[in-house]
Design a protein around this ligand. Structure first.
Ligand code: PGA
Length: 248
């Protein structure tokens, strides 16, 4: 019932022309994909990538969105600006934004509500640090993010969560299939309790953190895992296609 969703997060990689080349190479490789396929690209790449994915199953995503409709917010991009370009998804609250750009649970919540109001699908990132996991604090950290980041949402079928343990991002140290499944199961259970009656059962939860062509099948075979948010392994068409085609 929950359609799997594999999304690439290019981060600050690929100029517009490089991005267009990458998706052109990707198109034939993912044409029979059974899952939703998304590329979340730098803002400036959006027009070129939009043109390049035309006629394919690949959908367009951004990596952030501001919460105000418009105004004096130098350097920011609004949901309406993304929407006009055919962007359908937007990553919100990635741990890199939380760590380096002052993103808080409060701003994550505001951005998520703004994205939803504009008809974008937010991919909201949550997850614990290594210190927190080793200190036995994973559930406590997730509880706090769950309580704060999703306030005011009425229909959870319209959002995607990416569970990204910070210690697994870009480190080559993936959570084991069981660890990822167990934690995502916990998130779903907790959200069903906190946001009862709001369609949480239809919300998709991805795993993210060093997911690649080799480990995708194992992770995706887990019952709680509905997809992946892929950083490094989304930067090469063949590698990303193997993740997308995990079931082959
Ligand atoms: P990674 O990044 O796949 O390179 O670990 C994932 C992410 O940060 O979304």
């Amino acid at each position: 019932m929950r359609k799997p969703i594999i999304a690439g997060n290019w981060k600050m990689n690929n100029t517009a022309s490089e991005g267009a080349e990458l998706v052109k190479a990707l198109k034939p490789l993912v044409k029979d994909a059974k899952c939703e396929v998304v590329v979340c690209v730098p803002f400036i790449d959006i027009p070129a990538v939009k043109k390049a994915i035309h006629g394919s199953k690949i959908r367009l995503g951004a990596q952030n969105v501001h919460f105000a409709e418009k105004g004096a917010y130098t350097g920011e991009i609004s949901a309406a600006m993304l929407k006009e370009y055919g962007v359908q998804y937007v990553i919100i609250g990635h741990s890199e934004r939380r760590a380096y750009f002052g993103e808080t649970d409060e701003t994550v919540n505001k951005r998520t509500l703004a994205a939803l109001a504009a008809g974008l699908t937010p991919i909201v990132c949550i997850g614990e640090s290594l210190e927190e996991r080793e200190g036995g604090l994973t559930e406590k950290v997730l509880d706090k993010q769950i309580a704060a980041d999703f306030q005011g949402i009425e229909d959870f079928s319209k959002i995607v969560i990416a569970y990204e343990p910070i210690w697994a991002i870009g480190t080559g140290r993936t959570a084991t299939d069981e660890q990822a499944n167990e934690t995502i199961g916990y998130i779903r259970k907790r959200m069903k309790k906190v946001y009862a009656g709001k369609n949480v059962g239809r919300m998709r939860i991805q795993y993210g953190g060093s997911m690649n062509a080799k480990n995708a099948a194992g992770l995706m075979a887990q019952p709680e895992i509905d997809g992946g948010l892929i950083g490094g392994a989304s930067l090469k068409a063949e590698e990303f296609a193997k993740v997308v085609n995990y079931n082959k």
